[in-house]
Design a binder for this molecule. Structure first.
Ligand code: APR
Length: 249
């Protein structure tokens, strides 16, 4: 692993444009389960009943059952050493943008400023009737939270459900970055959900070196990945930072 950490650090310090694609695995060490590992959220909640826009429209109370469990975990979560390491890399000028599939805001809380949110953010809610947006932290009265407009409609978390489009600016910006990146770090994602999972192949096709950090192998490993760092993101990111500090002094 030491040699692989050195290879990753060398790629990052030599890259003129480094981006990252992160998934739920980066937040597992913060106490938020991922989706597809054994015991993950999709083994408890069937995504077709809890994570599609049609499920939210037809049974919002049911969808909020899962959303409430997620928000409890997210509100108790703090950035871990993987989030913090990536924020440090940004400050050192070695990581330029993070494209995240996560909705937990932990990259921003760790201090990262260039974060593109592919699947939205669960800290705000919107009324599908009148369009008003609310900060979830400011809503306590009732569950599920309802709009103050005459519809009294159940508010929708500002996350992208299956069946909803990825925010256009997020998609366009990420494809543009991926096609110019010299290095891509893929951290804690099974890379099975489109269109986020096209980012590694776009970057690779355009000459980027791909560093994958995951506790398991994925379909990227051994095909698109140049350096596979197998283990927990927190420990690995800490080792990459230490190696980079050795190189740059
Ligand atoms: N360190 C590194 N990798 C980890 C860790 C960890 N501590 N814990 C889990 N992983 C890995 C898992 O092995 C898996 O490969 O992170 C990956 C998480 O994959 P998923 O659970 O599929 O999560 P993600 O890839 O983010 O899913 C993408 O699917 O359901 C939708 O909208 C949801 O944004 C999500 C999207």
């Amino acid at each position: 692993m030491k040699e692989l950490i050195k290879q990753a650090a060398d790629i990052i310090t030599k890259s003129g444009l480094t981006i990252a694609l992160t998934g739920a695995g980066i937040s597992v060490e913060s106490g938020i389960p991922d989706f597809r590992s054994p015991g993950g959220l999709w083994s408890i909640y069937d995504p077709s009943e809890y994570a599609t826009i049609s499920a939210f429209i037809s049974t919002p109370e049911k969808v909020w059952e899962m959303a409430r469990e997620m928000t409890k975990l997210i509100d108790a979560a703090r950035p871990n050493s993987a989030h913090k390491g990536m924020a440090d890399l940004e400050k050192m000028g070695y990581l330029h943008h993070i494209i995240t599939q996560n909705v937990d805001n932990l990259h921003q809380e760790a201090g990262s400023s260039n974060v593109i949110e592919y699947h939205g953010n669960i800290s705000t809610l919107t009324c599908l009737k009148c369009g008003q947006r609310f900060k979830r932290a400011e809503l306590h009265e009732e569950f599920p939270p309802r709009c103050i407009c005459s519809s009294r409609m159940i508010l929708k978390p500002d996350v992208i459900f299956f069946g909803e489009a990825i925010p256009e600016d997020a998609m366009n910006r990420s494809f543009q970055l991926a096609s110019h990146a010299e290095a891509l770090m893929v951290v804690g994602t099974s890379a099975v959900v489109s269109p986020a999972n096209t980012i590694p192949s776009i970057a690779k096709t355009n000459g980027a070196k791909v560093i994958e950090i995951n506790k398991d192998r994925t379909h990227l490993t051994g095909t698109i990945t140049d350096v596979f760092l197998n283990g927990d993101a927190g420990m690995i990111m800490t080792e990459i930072l230490a190696e980079i500090r050795k190189i740059v002094g």
